[in-house]
Design a protein. Structure first.
Length: 369
């Protein structure tokens, strides 16, 4: 048979099969994993590994992808570019893919070309690109996902899988942030395979019908081991992660917005910074003649937020009106702690709860550490 007749026979065979399997599939950015898998199965049936490689290089040239990467792909085995090639074919044919799929394609391409050394044609000075921490995490995750995808490809080609996820994880130094992304990537695929095994979803059964049940079972087990281990890595990282130590603000910053009366007649306010960490604070409102005492509720003492006292015991902190302020305040400023305990008790006016609010009429009388 001549070469021309062989080609003609192949074309007739393909067109005949298309009557039953349909023409080249179309996908959109909203296509489900099931629809994508069906499309890949169609390409696997009608095209070869060499076609996948050709589709990949052709599309990357079309979008003006990195030239060095395209050159390196010439050295990559065609069998390693199956799904990459099918995705490139879909894109080149005017389809739109889900964003995550192109993320996987680039990850696979990077993984396949990263160890290929090539002497650059032009000695151009490389441009410096600032890469964010998030970009580094995403790039690292995509590379590792690509390696795991490659292991799956080998399994589909050879029907054998020898892979220790724990050993691989230790060798790669998987961090919790990376582990989380790996779980997010593989979980949908694992759930689909499990549903396909159960046979309750006709679409999934159709999408995975070319794989025998034992193969699907092994693949599901493999994905489960990846997901379970990565969940453990993520959980362990969160358990040992120390809580961030709260930054302590200087006293000058805490009281910077405080509104108070600096002086009135013979009374003068203390430096408001003395309030921070104090166990007790005495204040006097020159307008209402209210004397207030604040008792700290904890070992860290009193503090200030804006122009309000914080960290005080709401039950023990009280306010009373003074009939003769000069009689009470003068000894209060000089007396010891024992005397201070009975100051409020000896004032016979009505007691009220201290609110913590300080205003322009309030003298800061005394802070006790």
């Amino acid at each position: 048979m001549t070469e021309e007749k062989k080609v003609e026979t192949v074309k007739r065979s393909k067109f005949a099969d298309e009557k039953y399997l349909g023409s080249e599939p179309r996908v959109t950015e909203d296509s489900t994993q099931t629809e994508l898998t069906t499309a890949y199965n169609w390409f696997n049936y009608f095209y070869t590994s060499e076609d996948a490689k050709s589709f990949t290089i052709s599309y990357l040239k079309y979008i003006k992808y990195d030239r060095e990467t395209i050159r390196k792909l010439a050295s990559v085995k065609a069998i390693d570019l199956h799904n990459v090639g099918w995705n490139c074919r879909l894109l080149h044919s005017g389809n739109n893919l889900p964003e995550a799929v192109w993320f996987q394609v680039e990850a696979k391409i990077r993984n396949l070309t990263k160890d290929i050394v090539e002497t650059p044609e032009d000695e151009e000075e490389p441009s410096i690109k600032v890469v964010s921490i998030q970009d580094r995490i995403n790039s690292k995750a995509s590379d590792l996902i690509g390696e795991l995808e490659e292991t799956l490809d080998i399994f589909f080609q050879e029907g054998v899988i020898q892979f220790d996820i724990k050993k691989w994880s230790l060798e790669k130094g998987i961090k919790p942030q990376i582990a989380k992304r790996i779980v997010e990537h593989f979980r949908p695929q694992y759930e689909e395979i499990c549903e396909a095994q159960e046979g309750n979803d006709p679409d999934l059964v159709e999408a995975y019908k070319r794989w025998r049940k034992p193969i699907l079972k092994i693949m599901a087990l493999f994905l489960k081991k990846i997901i379970d281990h990565m969940i453990e890595v993520d959980a362990a990282g969160q358990a040992i992660r120390k809580p961030r130590k709260k930054k302590v603000k200087p006293a000058s910053v805490l009281v910077s917005k405080m509104n108070y009366c600096a002086s009135s007649d013979t009374l003068k306010s203390i430096d408001p910074k003395e309030i921070i960490g104090a166990s007790q604070l005495w204040v006097f409102n020159v307008k209402t003649r209210n004397l207030s005492v604040y008792h700290a509720v904890g070992h860290s003492g009193l503090s200030v937020r804006g122009t309000t006292i914080t960290g005080f015991d709401t039950d023990a902190s009280i306010t009373k009106k003074l009939r003769k302020p000069e009689v009470v305040i003068k000894p209060l400023l000089e007396a010891g702690k024992i005397y201070l305990r009975k100051v409020m008790e000896n004032i016979k006016t009505t007691e009220a709860k201290a609110t913590g609010r300080i205003n322009a009429d309030t003298i800061l009388l005394r802070a006790v550490k």
